[in-house]
Design a protein around this ligand. Structure first.
Ligand code: SF4
Length: 279
């Protein structure tokens, strides 16, 4: 994404880099996205001369093909991990089921109210809830944040999550997922955006576009898609694919009325070929 610019961290962590929005491809505690309409009904490319690009999809595109072609449209994503997993964790919990604007406001309120992770961890849950109310779902998120901080302090005795870099990726994910309110997408956001590890957050855009392109089976859940995509990707493609698919899902490969006629992936996209043929 063209991602929100994250607010400064609660402690004096480095300013956060831009990254893609962890918009909901929620699983367990995270899952919220509204079910998409059946694709055959929702597809109605709107502009452009499609005829020259119709035809049977050839071989499905590889992730490397997709990244390369989308880079022409959206630019080449630069992976610049910001190195602040605590801020990433709290901000990603706040971002669950709300807009980036709202979660950013909620984070800024926390930052103004609490000047350290210790202060936030020790605050009554009602106070946290009050501060993050602007972000929505405060009754769920405040206890998650408090419980996560308590678990981190108990397990590690500090707020330094840099040790996750040294664990095998599966162990790092498993460690994070033991925290309250942390599902596969939140764990992957922390590992990828903060620590530069090749964990792929699958949000609603990544999930939808990957399904349409045939990168994952049509019925793969977001959690299954995490596993399938990650295991099929070269580590250096994880970040650019995530960013590219989010941009594409927001701009052309929208849930309703995808603009297949304008899409540089059409010749290798099984769903796009079906959509165009249905017109
Ligand atoms: S052709 Fe492009 S816009 Fe259409 S479904 Fe495929 S990826 Fe999405």
């Amino acid at each position: 994404m063209p991602r929100r610019k994250k607010p400064p961290a609660i402690h004096s962590a480095p300013r956060l880099a831009e990254r893609s929005a962890p918009r909901p491809a929620r699983s367990e505690t995270e899952q919220t996205s509204r079910p998409a309409r059946p694709e055959a009904l929702e597809a109605r490319p709107e502009r452009g001369d499609s005829r020259s690009r119709r035809g049977r999809a050839k071989q499905p595109l590889t992730p490397a093909d997709i990244v390369r072609r989308l880079a022409v449209l959206y630019g080449e994503p630069l992976w610049r991990p910001h190195g602040d997993p605590m801020t990433e964790l709290v901000l990603t919990i706040l971002s669950q089921n709300t807009t980036d604007t709202n979660s950013g406001r909620a984070f800024m309120r926390l930052r103004r109210r609490f000047d350290s992770w210790d202060a936030l961890a020790e605050a009554p849950v009602e106070e946290i809830e009050r501060e993050i109310a602007v972000g929505g779902l405060a009754k769920q998120k405040a206890p998650r944040i408090k419980a996560s901080l308590a678990a981190i302090r108990e397990k590690r005795g500090s707020w330094d999550l840099g040790f996750l870099r040294d664990l095998p990726l599966d162990e790092a994910k498993a460690w994070l997922r033991e925290l309250s309110g942390v599902g596969p997408k939140t764990a992957a956001c922390v590992l990828m955006f903060a620590l530069g590890l090749p964990a792929l957050p699958v949000d609603t855009h990544v999930h939808r576009v990957a399904q349409r392109l045939g990168l994952v089976p049509p019925k793969a859940t977001p959690e299954k898609a995490h596993d399938l995509l990650e295991s099929a990707l070269d580590p250096e493609l994880v970040y650019p694919l995530h960013i590219s698919l989010i941009k594409h899902g927001r701009r052309l490969c929208r849930a309703r009325s995808p603009l297949c006629a304008e899409c540089p992936l059409l010749d290798g996209c099984p769903a796009g070929q079906r959509f165009m043929g249905a017109q």
